[in-house]
Design a protein around this ligand. Structure first.
Ligand SMILES: O=C(O)CCC(=O)C(=O)O
Ligand SMILES: [Fe+2]
Length: 185
């Protein structure tokens, strides 16, 4: 990977693990106030204030999220214990604008586990006019740390298919589980 601090690990979850997690999150309530549906665990993230504080504590991670958070930490993918999870749902045609995850809110390492459909995430480094596409396969783990987390922006284009190595990959519904460590100031 030619982005310092970015690791893409296909096959982090096996097919049974993917199916079980998707069924679990699908049985839980979604927040509907953004353009895409989300679920927050551990701490609520305030998108308009770009803030997380102690008042937003929702309780410890539920077992399904806590188990995966522990595995990510134990496997060495996250240097600190992970205590916040955002579940994102993308229907075909939905995306997420290019952004850097809130710097004062979250520690260095941000991780995303993909379920459902494959999708291309675009990393961009505006000051160097660089763009790099990364294919996120279902079951994969993407780890962003250091420059990949702080210098590069990441986003998902709002479109119904992706071009990847001269192929067109139609998008289905994708659900991502994103893990972070909250920095309470
Ligand atoms: O869907 C993803 O994999 C990433 C989502 C994301 O960038 C975020 O929640 O900050
Ligand atoms: Fe992000």
């Amino acid at each position: 990977m030619d982005i310092d601090g970015l690791t893409n690990l296909p096959g982090y979850l096996d097919a049974d693990g993917q199916r079980d997690l998707l069924a679990t999150v699908d049985a839980l309530p979604w927040r509907e106030d953004l353009r895409r549906r989300v679920q927050h665990y551990g701490y609520r993230y305030d998108y308009s204030r770009k803030k997380v504080d102690a008042d937003e504590f929702l309780g410890p991670l539920p077992a399904w999220a806590g188990g995966l958070a522990e595995r990510l930490h134990r496997d060495g993918h996250a240097p600190r214990p992970l205590d916040q999870v955002i579940v994102n749902e993308y229907q075909p045609g939905q995306g997420i604008a290019a952004h850097v995850d809130c710097v004062p809110c979250f520690a260095d390492t941000v991780l995303s586990v993909s379920l459902g459909s494959a999708c291309v995430m675009t990393f961009s480094l505006p000051k160097a006019q660089r763009r790099v596409d990364v294919l996120m396969d279902p079951g994969s783990l993407l780890v962003m740390r250091g420059p990949a987390r702080y210098d590069w922006r990441h986003g998902i284009a709002a479109r119904k298919s992706d071009r990847w190595q001269d192929c067109v990959i139609p998008r289905g519904r994708r659900v991502s589980l994103t893990f972070r460590t909250v920095l309470i100031t």
